[in-house]
Ligand binder design. Structure first.
Ligand code: UD1
Ligand code: CA
Length: 454
């Protein structure tokens, strides 16, 4: 059985009032169009084809070369959109047709629709839902025996049809060969002068094929995004889904309404996430951690029992038992070891920090390799940039960096070495030694007294 998926994404999305294409707007860090693609892949489709039109290049740039793209030059309706993919459809036994603007669709819901389609031997199965307020959607019209007759768009519906609460979710599975045959027969004879994909229902039915609509209980799954208000509504639903899953897995979310966790994030049990946190990308958090309020972690791995307070950590790794913050900024490609203290107003970038090291306050460590049990005094700066190039600095185990030291890279402080407070270190500090690199203090006795007398 060869199953393929078509994603309709040629529309501009005028109601978004945006310079960006609607389906490239994001929910939890991913473009809207990526969600139906994932759901299709979940049910094992072999190939995905995106129907593109407006700003086609932007979609290609976002989704890459793995996909098949078909251009719909003019947007003459959903049926016209699917017609453009005639060749793609030709060799498919089943074709899923999805919309690029319905990010809440899940693989599970598609799986149920497919199972129904297969068990009933249908030529076409429509995913429907029963809505309290069906306004705006196409209505599912059934005969007295409950058989699917047709779908009527809001704009074409009569008063009686407008009362129907079962609506078209805009997702379908077709027999590939019959889809192409039916498409060749649709017309644009309707209020909008569009070629409606939904007209294939009557065509197939009249030729004696089985067509049906299956209502999903997951009504949220079919919610489309047409405006910024709907974008926010969809984000809200997705947030609740994600947060509910984490709480079921044993994660405490102090205020789940105010916690934003992207779909791919993994969190261990007994971890506590305080309000206002954003956990993004492929972040992985261990067990027993505490992520204090207003922290942001992106593509970051935290091992067990790590504490983060009001801090930002990007593309980095933090090992067990380490404490970060408050107000720390750990920038990409940093590897922070075990039981480390990264304190307030510390910035770390592209650096390796060994176990047990303390960087307690007001310090910048960029492009550096730091050993274990090093102590940084307050106000240390790794001077990694000369205006043109960046250089690395290396600090050995058990070193003690005095307050307000400048380490002018590239420079090495060997194991057990000390730097005196206020030093500007420009040459290697040998192991077990103390470097003092500052002007010696000179006291001018009674200098003030003499000055005042003048
Ligand atoms: C469509 C359905 C309606 C259903 C609703 C569900 C038809 C005729 N109507 O209506 O029954 O209730 O979806 O959300 O199918 N697109 C193209 N090319 C086009 C036109 C549309 O690619 O020429 C794409 C859009 O970018 C969008 C999708 O198809 O992703 C749906 O189009 P839209 O205009 O939003 O259809 P609706 O009027 O909402
Ligand atoms: Ca729509």
């Amino acid at each position: 059985m060869r199953t393929k998926a078509l994603i309709l994404a040629a529309g501009q999305g005028t109601r978004m009032k945006s310079n960006e294409l609607k389906v490239l707007h994001t929910v939890f860090g991913k473009a809207l169009v990526e969600y139906p693609i994932e759901a299709a892949k979940y049910v094992g489709v072999e190939e995905v084809c995106i129907i593109i039109g407006h700003k086609a290049e932007n979609i290609k740039a976002k989704l890459g070369e793995d996909m098949t793209y078909v251009l719909q030059k003019e947007q003459l309706g959903t049926g016209h959109a699917v017609m453009q993919a005639k060749e793609f459809i030709e060799d498919a036994d089943e074709v899923l047709v999805l919309c690029g603007d319905t990010p809440l669709i899940t693989g599970e819901t598609l799986e149920k629709m497919l199972a129904f389609h297969r068990s009933e031997n249908n030529a076409l199965t429509v995913l429907s839902a029963i809505m309290d307020n069906p306004t705006g959607y196409g209505r599912i019209v059934r005969d007295e025996n409950g058989h699917l007759l047709k779908i009527v768009e809001q704009k074409d519906a009569n008063e009686e049809e407008k009362q129907i609460q079962e609506i078209n979710g805009g997702m379908y599975v077709f027999n590939g060969k019959l889809l192409n045959e039916a498409l060749s027969k649709i017309t644009n004879d309707n209020v909008q002068n569009e070629y409606y994909l939904t007209d294939t229902i009557e065509i197939l039915r009249n030729e004696g094929y089985l067509v049906d609509a299956v209502a999903t209980e997951e009504r949220d799954d079919i919610t489309g995004v047409n405006s910024r208000t709907q974008l926010a509504a969809v984000t809200e639903i997705m947030k609740q889904r994600i947060n509910t899953k984490h709480m079921a897995n044993g994660v405490t979310l102090v205020d789940p309404n105010n916690t934003y966790i992207c779909p791919e994030v993994v969190i261990g049990k007994d971890t506590i996430i305080e309000p206002g946190c954003m956990l993004e990308g492929k972040t992985v958090i261990g067990e027993g951690c505490r992520i204090g309020y207003n922290s942001k972690l992106k593509n970051t791995e935290l091992k067990d029992n790590v504490e983060v307070e009001i801090s930002v950590i990007l593309d980095s790794f933090v090992d067990e038992g380490t404490h970060v913050g408050p107000f720390a900024y750990i920038r990409p490609n940093s590897h922070i070891g075990k039981n480390i203290k990264v304190g307030d107003f510390v910035e770390i970038k592209n650096a390796n920090i060994g176990d047990g090291t303390k960087i307690s306050h007001l310090t910048y460590v960029g492009d550096a390799d730091v050993g274990s049990n090093v102590n940084f005094g307050c106000g240390t700066v790794v001077v990694n940039y000369d205006g043109q190039k960046k250089y690395r600095t290396s600090i050995g185990d058990n070193a003690f960096i005095g307050c307000n030291t400048n380490l002018v890279s590239p420079v090495t402080v060997e194991d057990n070495a000390y730097t005196a407070a206020g030093s500007t270190i420009t040459a290697t500090v040998p192991k077990n030694s103390l470097a003092i690199a500052r002007a010696k203090q000179e006291n001018k006795l009674e200098w003030v007294t003499k000055k005042c007398k003048k």
